[in-house]
Ligand binder design. Structure first.
Ligand code: AMP
Length: 402
């Protein structure tokens, strides 16, 4: 079975073609700057060679058509025709409360995704475009929507409600949804496999630390709480996002700075976080380097970043009643050993011990705690595309059996 995974953004299309028997990526690539005169396709063929095709790609339909042409290209392709593909799995950011699992796409599902688009106006409309374009170009192939929010739909109302008047939940569906669900689910499953235990008996704290970052408390394979909220702005301090704030700061700033809500929204999403505090960069590698060279604001940004992560891990330990493992993933979690070390520092009282040598790895599946650590600490590179391919394959197999 071969599955094409598609992640359609505002001006990009990311794709990976999976052979499911051995979970191999046969080909992958990105179309970038769709709608711009400098648009191009970067395509990696089955030998690993990458080619760049620069041409005007006016819209997503032309972009997707180019992707399909290269996937079936006699020289650079991975398949002879689209008949060799079983299904297409789409990343969809927001499923609202409507979608509680990955779903085979039909007209009702498209309407549903449209209906929840107001909750993710920067993402869902583009995900939908990807679905519509594939329907047009390859109508005979089944398509599956895999939502970032679905994994967190298991949260109890006590965790997902905000203490606002109840009618805001009823009228506007204002509640915590959580994001990065596909990543948290993937690393939870891998953690159980690597630990040789059943996911249904584990308590895990999964830390997706990338430019966007979130932490999830996972009990028996189910998300019970997560740091992101109604939008991906809540929770941890991120590359350019502020994370948790006293909400009273918002009206205060609107009044004193005399700015409009859209500007403040932009400031909180794009001008805050590591970048906002350091004034230097949203990239934690730059922040670490500047802090080591004595830059005080970089040091402050680093200290705040670590403090917030430790605060969430601590609260999730309490909510879960302990944990079997803490898992680090995404750019920072997979690569930055110093950050992992700082997050797990001084936890001897919890009997968490990091093995300094094991912790020196990058982007590798490894237990980085010592054998006598009560809570295991793992690094597990995330693979959201593989998770989408697996969800798609499973759903297609189930449908065929039904
Ligand atoms: P992500 O959003 O998952 O791509 O993560 C981006 C963050 O990961 C940045 O803040 C980087 O500082 C950090 N990072 C550290 N090492 C690497 C690496 N080798 N490749 C990519 N990102 C890295």
């Amino acid at each position: 079975m071969q599955i094409l995974v598609v992640n359609n953004g505002s001006s990009s299309i990311k794709y990976q073609l999976y052979r499911m028997s051995d979970r191999q990526v046969l080909a992958k690539g990105t179309v970038e700057r769709v709608g711009n005169s400098s648009s191009f396709l970067k395509h990696q063929d089955p030998t690993g060679e990458t080619i760049t095709i620069t041409q005007v790609i006016p819209d997503h339909k032309h972009g997707m058509k180019l992707v399909l042409d290269y996937l079936t290209d006699p020289q650079y392709g991975a398949i002879q025709s689209m008949n060799e593909i079983t299904a297409i799995g789409h990343r969809v950011v927001h499923g609202g409360e409507l979608f509680k699992e990955s779903t085979l796409i039909d007209d009702n599902v498209i309407e549903g995704i449209q209906a929840v688009s107001q909750l993710a106006p920067l993402h869902n409309p583009h995900n939908l475009t990807g679905i519509k374009v594939c329907t047009e170009l390859i109508p005979e192939k089944p398509q599956v929507a895999v939502f970032d929010t679905v994994f967190h739909q298991t949260m109890d109302a006590s965790a997902f409600m905000y203490a606002l008047p109840y009618r805001y939940y009823q009228d506007y569906k204002i509640r915590k949804y959580g994001f990065h669900g596909t990543s948290h689910k993937y690393v939870s499953q891998r953690a159980a496999e690597l630990m040789g235990k059943s996911l249904s008996e584990l308590k895990l704290i999964t830390c997706h630390l990338g430019n966007g970052a979130s932490i999830t408390a996972v009990k028996n394979g189910k998300s019970v709480d997560t740091s992101m909220g109604f939008t991906p702005l809540e929770g941890l301090m991120m590359g350019t996002r502020c994370g948790d704030l006293d909400p009273a700061i918002i009206p205060y700033l609107l009044k004193t700075e005399k700015i409009d809500p859209a500007s403040l929204d932009r400031i909180m999403n794009y001008e805050s976080g590591l970048y906002g505090i350091s004034g230097l960069s949203n990239d934690l590698r730059d922040i670490e380097k500047a802090a080591a060279e004595g830059n005080q604001r970089a040091q402050l940004a680093l200290d705040m970043y670590i403090h917030r992560i430790r605060k969430y891990i601590g609260s999730y330990l309490f909510i879960l009643g302990g944990a079997d493992a803490i898992v680090f993933t995404a750019g920072v979690g997979e690569n930055q050993s110093n950050i992992r070390q700082k997050i797990c520092a001084d936890l001897q009282w919890l009997n968490i011990h990091i093995d300094q040598e094991s912790n020196q790895i990058r982007s590798e599946e490894k237990c980085i705690s010592t054998k006598d650590s009560s809570i295991e600490v793992w690094v597990i590179p995330t693979n959201e595309e593989l998770m989408i391919a697996e969800e798609t394959a499973n759903l297609i197999a189930e449908t065929a059996l039904a």
